[in-house]
Design a protein around this ligand. Structure first.
Ligand SMILES: [Zn+2]
Length: 650
């Protein structure tokens, strides 16, 4: 069915209000007949990444303008996963099938079902409904279908069939009419039918914030022994249930080696994993987690939630709400985390969150319960404890007033980034690895820069990287080369990878006198050499300091030469500087970049990276202009810019 026919079913040949939305852009409203002009315009916007909608009811775009109700409708959307990504189409398909089933159960054939990638928009065309009735009907439909709660206002916009869903621009999806039935309902008949389906539902009159939804108390499935044991936090019973289950199923040798080889290869199907550990005849010793991150990694990725809850694989009836059809399932995220997700009640959570919900306990109790059920021990060595104390001291110190007083130059440079430094120390506390690497009193941990960025709540990876590199330059953090890490930790780092990005290895020393004194000295150098964070790069370090300093910071790229382009830029800049000084005795950075082609901001940064080296190579210096200098060089302009002049001047 084409878009024109679709729209005519709602609006006949009247004018229609369209809206085009794109994240970060102003919403665009269009009003008119769906003619070639409007169509071209909407298609054009759609191609530019706008999603295209229409106001379903007639009269305007505001509630008070709506004068004719054209349809009742719902938006069934399966949402996003824990990481904020859209579900893959296989999962969406399962969801859609349940929606169709529910629509069938409802009993009144919809006029349209529009396929919208993440679900369906379902419409029932109506005659003779008023706005008040509309809202009430919509709320009941939302309740019955568990559909999008926002879809109850008379002026609501819905996705226009025949246009692309563009929220993920790489994977556009054409929204089309999936089902069409030539039906139109009388409002009274529809309402009567709806009321028979949801007899005891009274829409809430009170309008609190529409954004926050109060979690409904869970109604727990009492027929399931597992759930009952979890509810009572009964460790012994849980062990019994799980052991019984797996005694029946004899594990293969492969299963056992997999258990022993934990920390080896990433295992997609980790079903046969850790639960074998407490079945004493397979693996008699408890499983040891060497730090908190390790513990969480085991809990989130190695335990099979289906077995824990005593439910089957695939879709199963939710244990948290009165579920007549299976609407819950377990998904495995990219990092291996297993997540329980229910389309019915909307619950989404890890195994610990499940325990919190079922047993109504706090996080500590939930983690303790899981640890005991699966015999997971958090074993910390004396060394680890000592290192953690050291890191806590670090944090306390950098947040103290003494820091600024004792190391003012260092403080000046890092003060903006203190939260970063605190976070990195925190990250080290959680991830500090055990014993043998800790001999020289440093906390060693590994992470990808992206994970650090996320942890620091900064999505700009490059900037996060620069800050980490600044700390490395100052010696507040050490970057370790892969070669210096023992094989067993490399394996572990690989197994723990939170994402597909390169893992880096870090060491944080104690921020004691010699460490901070040295850092303070480096901070002075930073200033003397006119180094800035905007120009921060390997090139800046190589050119302003030396290769050694750069290598310490850029551990993974030690043998990479500077790019040809940057060499060319430096050569060109050198020539311009020398020419200008030859002719007028001085030059400014402004004058230099004027003579080089390219974007001004780029040029500025590039110049900063190579300037110090040029100054030192040709006995030049960068000084702020003063009256004497301005007079000497005949500078008439206002202000006192930085000048590049010969070392021997003045
Ligand atoms: Zn549920």
């Amino acid at each position: 069915m084409n878009t024109k026919t679709f729209l005519e079913a709602f609006h006949q040949n009247n004018k229609i209000n369209f809206r085009a939305l794109k994240e970060g852009q102003k919403p665009l409203n269009l009003n008119g007949y769906y003619n070639q002009y409007i169509e071209d315009k909407l298609k054009q916007l759609n191609n530019q990444g706008y999603d295209v909608y229409f106001v379903v009811n007639a009269g305007g775009t505001k509630k008070e303008q709506i004068n004719k109700i054209n349809a009742f409708f719902i938006d069934c959307d399966c949402g996003k996963d824990d990481k904020g990504n859209y579900f893959n189409l296989d999962i969406v398909k399962q969801y859609k099938q349940r929606v169709l089933k529910r629509v069938q159960e409802f009993g009144l054939a919809p006029s349209f079902i529009v396929d919208t990638r993440n679900g369906y928009h379902v419409y029932w065309l109506v005659n003779n409904a008023n706005v008040e009735e509309f809202e009430e009907v919509q709320k009941k439909l939302i309740h019955y279908f568990n559909s999008d709660e926002r879809v109850f206002t008379a002026q609501f916009i819905m996705r226009l069939s025949g246009y692309y869903w563009t929220k993920d621009i790489q994977n556009k999806y054409l929204c089309t009419v999936y089902q069409y039935n030539d039906v139109r309902y009388n409002a009274n008949d529809f309402i009567q039918h709806l009321n028979s389906k949801v007899p005891d539902f009274v829409p809430e009159k009170k309008k609190v914030s529409t954004k926050t939804t109060v979690p409904k108390p869970c109604s727990i499935d009492n027929s399931n022994e597992h759930i009952d044991a979890i509810r009572r936090l009964d460790v012994a019973k849980m062990k019994e249930l799980l052991c019984n289950k797996f005694d029946k199923k004899l594990p293969s040798n492969a299963d056992i080696s997999r258990v022993r080889g934990m920390g080896g290869k990433k295992e997609n199907n980790n079903k046969d994993n850790i639960y074998l550990t407490y079945c004493s005849h397979f693996y008699p010793t408890p499983f040891k987690a060497s730090n908190r991150a390790d513990l969480k990694h085991i809990i989130y990725t190695k335990l099979c939630i289906n077995d824990f809850l005593g439910v089957n694989d695939g879709m199963f009836k939710c244990v948290l709400h009165n579920d007549s059809n299976p609407s819950a399932h377990i998904i495995t995220l990219k990092d291996g985390t297993q997540l329980y997700k229910c389309f019915g009640c909307g619950f989404k959570g890890t195994i610990t969150t499940l325990v919190e919900a079922i047993a109504r306990c706090n996080k500590v109790e939930a983690v303790e319960f899981i640890k005991k059920v699966y015999d997971i021990e958090l074993v910390e060595t004396e060394n680890q404890k000592r290192i953690k104390e050291m890191l806590k001291e670090n944090i306390e110190y950098i947040m103290s007033e003494q820091f600024e007083k004792e190391y003012p130059d260092l403080f000046k440079i890092v003060k903006r980034y203190i939260p970063y430094l605190v976070c990195l120390n925190e990250l080290a506390i959680q991830n500090v690895i055990d014993d043998d690497l800790l001999s020289d009193n440093k906390a060693i941990f590994f992470s990808s820069i992206r994970y650090i960025a996320r942890y620091l709540n900064n999505n700009n990876i490059g900037r996060t990287n620069n800050r980490v590199n600044l700390f490395a330059f100052l010696g507040l953090l050490e970057k370790l080369s892969k070669e210096s890490i023992p094989e067993k930790y490399l394996q572990k780092a690989e197994a723990y990878r939170k994402d597909k990005y390169i893992t880096s290895y870090y060491a944080i020393p104690s921020y004691s006198y010699y460490c901070l004194n040295e850092a303070n000295r480096k901070a002075q150098t930073f200033k003397q050499k006119n180094m800035t964070m905007t120009a921060w790069s390997k090139e800046l370090l190589v050119r302003s300091l030396n290769q050694d300093e750069a290598d310490k910071v850029y551990v993974q790229q030690q043998n990479e030469e500077l790019s040809k382009a940057s060499e060319q830029f430096a050569e060109k800049a050198t020539k311009i500087i020398l020419d200008l000084i030859e002719n007028q005795g001085y030059c400014t950075e402004e004058q230099i970049i004027k003579q080089i082609r390219g974007r001004k901001e780029d040029k500025k940064v590039k110049l900063k990276r190579c300037l110090q080296e040029i100054l030192e190579s040709y006995n030049l210096k960068r000084v702020k202009a003063n009256k004497v200098l301005k007079e000497k060089f005949g500078i008439a302009s206002k202000g006192y810019p930085f000048l590049i002049i010969k070392e021997t001047e003045e």
